[in-house]
Design a protein around this ligand. Structure first.
Ligand SMILES: [Zn+2]
Length: 161
């Protein structure tokens, strides 16, 4: 089922999310979020973007191989590794501007999968950036919040135009 994607400045996008409880409802939400992400189209989508304030996001960075590679991260814990880099990011909740955001080029993530298994992996490249972006959503942080006041004003004007 396709879900409506909330758009900034919806206040729900600025709230910190509660731990997710792994049950049938959450599995159903994950399935709908993947469908919604692919339809958008996007490479990542966090639960608060569809109005559910729980700590889960989905991602697919498999487009380079041409094979779908959907991933679901429940209650992720993020560790920043590598070097700080600056790169362009868009957001399905902030249609319009692509803004340069500072991130780490490598992360370690620990999370629960939909079968309840404990997962632990290191990501780099686009996946590392995407994970930091989606993880930010779980803490109510948007790309706009990571810009300088000047850059934020420009980006906000572009969204509201
Ligand atoms: Zn986003």
């Amino acid at each position: 089922m396709l879900l409506p994607i909330l758009r900034w400045p919806d206040p729900r996008l600025s709230q910190s999310c509660a731990p997710a409880v792994l049950d049938a409802d959450l599995r159903s939400l994950a399935k709908d979020m993947l469908e919604t992400m692919y339809a958008a189209p996007g490479r990542g989508l966090a639960a608060p973007q569809v109005g559910r304030l729980v700590r889960m996001f989905v991602m697919d960075v498999g487009w380079k191989t041409g094979e779908p590679a959907p991933m679901v991260f429940v209650n992720p814990e993020l560790e920043l590794l590598g070097d700080r880099i600056l790169g362009p990011e868009g957001c399905l909740s902030i249609p319009g501007p692509v803004t340069d955001v500072e991130r780490n080029d490598q992360v370690r993530l620990r999370w629960t999968d939909l079968d309840g298994g404990a997962q632990d992996a290191t990501f780099d490249g686009f996946a590392a950036i995407c994970i930091q972006h989606e993880f930010d959503h779980l803490n109510g942080i948007l790309t706009l919040d990571r810009l300088s006041p000047e850059a934020r004003s420009v980006a906000e004007a572009e969204v509201l135009a």
